[in-house]
Design a protein around this ligand. Structure first.
Ligand code: SAM
Length: 331
């Protein structure tokens, strides 16, 4: 079994391969907007022409692209790089979302605890919903090493009471339901395994005369009904309805596709679900409450930063988006 770090990188690689630009697609249709964009615009506005910036845990480059935007608006050139432990594809995401990708140098498969950059290379480091996913003490130490003395780092960090966290917890409860109360995918795969010997539509029909298989089929249909009903009546459960639809479609097409490819399709669906769940667990673990953010600031101080008091970033003055922490590398 692979270690949790590479499992998490796999889960994110899968997510970024889907073409998402950032990790909050339900909150922002294009790139980050509103208060988050404003926050970063202010951070980047303090950088001089020609500044070098590194965005860590960049994903498909949303914050790196905001830095380029800031440069364009300010009439300055920023040399922007982005790293992420996962495999990323910012160029494809930019094309898909109509964003000018510009000249950012992205490096996938590179951790922010060991960036491989020379010391004192950067004027600024940005991290949005990123450093808290890894080893914070090491990440901050590495940021201090690669920043020039006087260089600044900006962190936007998951807040334990933010809407994103509420959604993550609600979605995890949906996963619990799918595992403990309505194991639709498991039962569907069991049924399909029993149908594997059927090499033609005729053989499939004759196999389905078996009363044990008919009972399994009824069970799958009952689970489909329960999952769809659950999804309709619970918040943040729309993805469960999507799963039910995909399972139903797989069975509807089985006479054309055959049971082998139907089973393969559901195995892939199961892997996608596992990756989604793993990202939700990671976000819950990464979230910071008041005490955690104070600990984060102490670690930043120990790493060699002067630390401004953490602030809370809200959308429209109400919805909690996250914490912001701004630090300056001591001379
Ligand atoms: C929630 S996403 C945020 C992506 C992007 N910053 C954004 O705001 O859309 C977290 C990212 O951090 C990356 N990550 C987690 N641990 C990491 C590490 N130790 N080194 C580099 N990247 C890491 C993940 O692969 C993932 O792409």
């Amino acid at each position: 079994m692979s270690d949790p770090k590479s499992q998490s990188a796999d889960a994110w690689s899968r997510y970024w391969a889907s073409g998402a630009l950032h990790s909050c697609p339900n909150a922002f249709a294009g790139n980050y907007d509103d208060e988050i964009r404003e926050h970063w615009m202010q951070f980047f506005s303090r950088l001089p022409d020609g500044a070098r910036l590194l965005d860590i845990g960049t994903g498909n480059g949303a914050v790196a692209f905001l830095a380029l935007d800031a440069g364009r608006l300010l009439g300055r050139t920023f040399h922007v790089e982005g790293i992420d432990a996962a495999a990323i594809d910012p160029a494809a995401a930019a094309r898909r979302h109509g964003i000018e990708a510009g000249t950012v140098a992205f490096h996938g498969g590179r951790s922010f605890e060991e960036t491989e950059f020379p010391s004192h290379r950067f004027d600024a480091v940005s991290s949005q919903f990123a450093v808290e996913y890894g080893n914070v003490a090491k990440g901050l130490g590495e940021a201090a090493r690669i920043l020039k003395p006087g260089g600044r780092a900006g962190f936007v960090i998951h807040h334990a009471q933010s809407e994103a966290l509420e959604v993550a917890r609600a979605e995890l409860r949906v996963f619990d339901f799918l595992r403990d109360d309505a194991p639709l995918l498991l039962e569907s795969c069991e049924l399909l395994k029993n149908l594997l010997p059927a090499g033609s539509a005729g053989e499939l029909a004759s196999l389905m005369q078996d009363s044990a298989l008919q009972a399994q089929d009824r069970k799958v249909h009952e689970l489909l009904r329960r999952v769809a009903e659950f999804a309709r009546t619970r918040p943040n459960a729309a993805f469960a309805e999507d799963i039910a639809k995909q399972v139903a479609l797989t069975f509807r097409r089985i006479t054309e596709t055959g049971p082998v490819s139907a089973l393969e399709r559901l195995v892939i669906l199961g892997e996608e679900m596992a990756a989604h769940r793993s990202r939700l667990l990671a976000i819950c673990e990464a979230a910071h409450d008041q005490q955690d953010i104070e600990g984060f600031c102490r670690l930043a101080n120990l790493a060699g930063f002067s630390v401004e008091a953490p602030r809370v970033l809200r959308r429209g003055g109400t919805d909690l988006l996250g914490w912001t922490v701004l630090v300056t590398r001591r001379e």
